[in-house]
Ligand binder design. Sequence first.
Ligand code: GDP
Ligand code: MG
Length: 203
Amino acid sequence: MRFTTIELAHTAFRPADFPVPDLPVAALLGRSNSGKSTLLNALLGEARAARTGQRPGLTRGVRFFRADGRILLADTPGYGYAGMGKEAAEANGRLLEAYLEAGPVTLALLLLDVRREPRQDERIIMERLTLRGVPVCIVLTKCDKVKEREISAKTKALRTSFPPTTAIHSVSAASGRGIDTLVKFILQGALHALRQTEKEPAV
Ligand SMILES: Nc1nc2c(ncn2[C@@H]2O[C@H](COP(=O)(O)OP(=O)(O)O)[C@@H](O)[C@H]2O)c(=O)[nH]1
Ligand SMILES: [Mg+2]
């Protein structure tokens, strides 16, 4: 399945702009060029929403899209790109920091280009969100670029880098591989996480 109706609900350029969400939020996080905006468009089928580019770091601000009235999908600025201009990179970096710290997120999708190795950045994101109690799954992107056995090997290797229960999805926006499964996972995961939150006693 794909999401069918989509609208840009909110864009936050500063931490003060983060919305108080009325729906669960699934956030796409990952290095610049890891394929966040492209994956978001793939999840949306025909209803293209996010700008994608040859130019890394194009996404400015955190953009919240309301999908089928059921969930908010957040496209976040990529990290680790030095070529976009110092000021813009720093502003993006600060916004991402603030988002990891306290931004609205129910479920995190940490994207990694299947051809790349996870670095300190990915470990830090995993650690910080896990500390907040936010479930994080890994999404290996651009799987059309490598052979099937490389995907298996990568998945296996990643199990030693991240907590063993971490869900690992392999997808390709180009071929459509894994997209339906990921949409289902997002809907189920976000709703589950939301129920868990509601069970916690109010403070
Ligand atoms: N072959 C292939 N290329 C992809 C795929 N997903 C993204 N790309 C390319 O990777 C580049 C970066 O994608 P983008 O979505 O802008 O990355 P972002 O910076 O993380 O938002 C673009 O040139 C995309 O066309 C995929 O599944 N397969
Ligand atoms: Mg982008």
